[in-house]
Design a protein around this ligand. Sequence first.
Ligand code: SF4
Length: 701
Amino acid sequence: MQRETEHKTICSYCGVGCGIKVKVDAKGTIGVEGDEDYPVNKGMLCSKGKNLNYVAQDTTDRILYPQMRWSRNHPMQSVSWDTAFDRAAAVFKSIINKHGPDSVGFYVSGQCLTEEYYLVNKLTKGFIGTNNIDTNSRLCMSSAVVGYKKMLGEDSVPISYADIELADCFLIAGANPAWCHPILFRRIEKHKEENPDVKIIVVDPRKTQTCALADLHLQILPGTDVILFNAMARWLIEKKKIDRKFIKQHTVNFEACRESAFQLSLRKAAELCGITVEEIRTAASYIGNAKAFISMWTMGLNQSVIGVSKNLALLNLSLLTGQIGKPGAGPFSLTGQPNAMGGREVGGMASLLAAHRDLGNSNHRKEVSNFWGGKEISGEAGYTATEMFDALESGKMKAIWIICTNPIVSLPNVHKVEKALENASFVVVQDISHNAETTKYADLLLPAAAWLEKEGTMTNSERRISYLPKAIDPPGEAMADVEILWRFAQKMGYKGFDYSSASEVYDEHCLLTKGTNIDISGLSYERLQNEGSFQWPVPHKEHMGTPRLFTDLKFFTNDEKSHFNAPPKLYNQSEKTDGRYPLILNTGRVRDQWHTRTKTGKVKRLLTHIPEPYLEMNKVDAYIRGLKEGDVAMVKSRRGEVKVKVKVNYDIREQVVFLPMHWGKVLNNDFGRANNVTNDLVDPISKEPDFKYCAVQVTKY
Ligand code: SF4
């Protein structure tokens, strides 16, 4: 019998980052409940968070031992950790010696803890000598990162959840927080309930659950967001609803924004967006008359070949109205994953450098390489998520190490990803579960410790850093990801990886932020454990964190001004519809599933909401094709096909269809895997894929 223990931790799912109390009883049974003391959720949890105990308890799908095969013709066999590390190091050394450091790469996850993210970035950029380290956050936030950098000088979310209760106007664009960020949405809902005059505008081609709270739902045509935001900007300028003093004193480049906004009349903009002029005027007037205005967005803007343009057009609205750096005001990108923000802090992407330093700046690179004591860091961005798999397919990259992500379901145009992994010389998969379809492609399979089985930190959407304790032992020989990484680095013969705990890695990361705009040198595990969570920056040991940035209206740009930017593209024309492929496919998430369902798919209760994949379709489009509710349809694009049952309603626009992204191959059949058909085109600046816009045909199967 073990003794009963209690722990305070953070939910492992979305970027809201709710606090959870975990109890482990004498028999090892795990119970979870919301933490009333945690400022984010004050005791509330959504359906996914409430059921985390089932996921933590059920080890039936867990990878328990390292496994490897000598060639693709050999079966997988269990091996010791020493053998696994020897093999990994031998193969990586041999490939690097023969083909150079850019022939290998790491593809990781916004679910990795900050320490893991930090170490894999250090290992790759500082010691292997390649910038080929990217993450599934590329599929989620990279367009917002570029937008923030262009506007504010750095990738910095200016505000906090506490600003929700201080705002009187919300513009929620390309997001369905009612399902995807439920606890944050509950806060908006409660605020609106208590203050009925608060205005909520929702921009979405679908009428989602979030629209139930909206004063105005702008059901625009897919890909027309920039035109809409520009039209609002035009109305604000024409009606003199802008903050002239703020624009004059604290911004540059207003003329570029003005010129872009005045390219189209309101009438033309409304026609292209598929809404009325009156709707644009009403939305703009809500923003123009607001005392405190917040914009919120996620994948609907980011996952696009014009994702950066969409972000820039939206961000301009906050600058025009001077709605930043004050209570209840600012642009607020909602991160999908629990630690997408932590990953950005450590520079864990192919185009970033540690502690928000600039990869293109040779002084910054020198600072980091001197600190690490490794190789000179290249100023060229490495392969990003989709580029990495292209490089494997073409043979430019030979080996990939995949950590805590399931690209065989989540990447666009997924048949290409299958080919890439088949073509790779060596695939390492480090994961917790055999349910991740990508494990089938592994030459070396490494069992990782899961949530509650390892310690570390995460940063949520509002820059809040929290400590996650180890509450239970991992099953079998599963090991904390951070230890797997430092032990591999040691086998490679690299100096500077002689850690014995995650806290040592964290302290090193904190030290590297010293003197930067995200300085957290005042933080330690001890402070996080004893005093709770902190919002960065926390530059010294007495500092209590920073809930709101830019209160002095000095920004992180060289001139300390915020920058207007003219969006380079007005609308998405990545794949035109035609007679053969007449519908636009949009993909997204459902309330009770998470990513590729390796965890939520195990919980029976979560399957009662939406048990299987579906295609949402307007009744008119369904009628034309002889389809009714529950029929199986074949969805085809220029890249592939997928069979799926149909849900018909009037909530989605005509000529637009929607598929959730969670399901992989069902019964070894391509039933419901959305990414069979999606497009792997990317935004040219952010390299974020175009998941929300591809031309398809739908027929009765
Ligand atoms: Fe977890 Fe997000 Fe739900 Fe909070 S809102 S309980 S962080 S999934």
